[in-house]
Design a protein around this ligand. Structure first.
Ligand code: 5GP
Ligand code: ZN
Length: 190
């Protein structure tokens, strides 16, 4: 048992029933109990991770491989050409079960299930947003997950080797490279 309060951990442990489609050492696929359309399937890691941010890289890759297999099973088995693949992370995104899971939802013409509706950017806003994301992404790739493995859940939980570490690198150079404006360095946890 991973997490005694988690409904998906109970499914993995066989404590509550589920209609299973596929399983391997790391992942499980089963039918959603309230499907958008018949065949709506959930892919979960067998270990308890709350969301995408907590799921280590190697397990994320295993989930992607399972998605690909199961998607073909649904497509060919049910004769479905259209499918949404989605993951809710956090309560305001619609996550209701806090064990990471990816939805495979068969779609049909006129099934009444809507997609999200977009809002346009103000002038210059998209560049600003992209810059904020790029700075944080740079720090994640070059600082958190490479220079101080174990400091964030991604690195802590991963059994995959981190990206190559730059040798003879000065941390302040990394910050300078990553941002033109001042940022507070994240805490170093050893
Ligand atoms: P979320 O909203 O967290 O992305 O999706 C959770 C999904 O889990 C929902 O679509 C819901 O129908 C499904 N679900 C919740 N409890 C159970 C359960 O006990 N068994 C199965 N098979 N699906 C469940
Ligand atoms: Zn769980």
């Amino acid at each position: 048992m991973n997490d005694t309060n988690c409904i998906f951990c109970k499914i993995i442990a066989g404590e509550i029933p589920a209609t299973k489609i596929y399983e391997d050492n790391d992942t499980l696929a089963f039918l959603d109990i309230v499907p958008v359309n018949p065949g709506h399937t959930l892919i979960i890691p067998k270990k308890h991770f709350e969301n995408i941010f907590e799921t280590p890289d190697d397990i994320t890759l295993k989930m992607m491989q399972t998605i690909k297999k199961v998607a073909h099973g649904i497509k060919d088995g049910l004769g479905i050409e259209n499918m949404n693949i989605a993951m809710n992370n956090g309560i305001h995104s619609g996550q209701t079960v806090f064990h990471a899971h990816i939805h495979l939802m068969p779609r049909h013409q006129g099934d009444g299930y809507e997609l999200w509706h977009g809002k346009k950017y103000e002038d210059g806003e998209s560049q600003k947003i992209a810059e904020q994301i790029k700075k944080a992404l740079f720090l994640f790739v070059h600082y958190f997950s490479a220079l101080i493995p174990g400091s964030v859940p991604f690195a802590k939980n991963s059994s995959v080797a981190p990206p190559p570490v730059e040798t003879n690198v000065n941390l302040s150079d990394i910050f300078l490279r990553s941002t033109s404006t001042a940022v507070s360095p994240p805490p170093i946890i050893v």
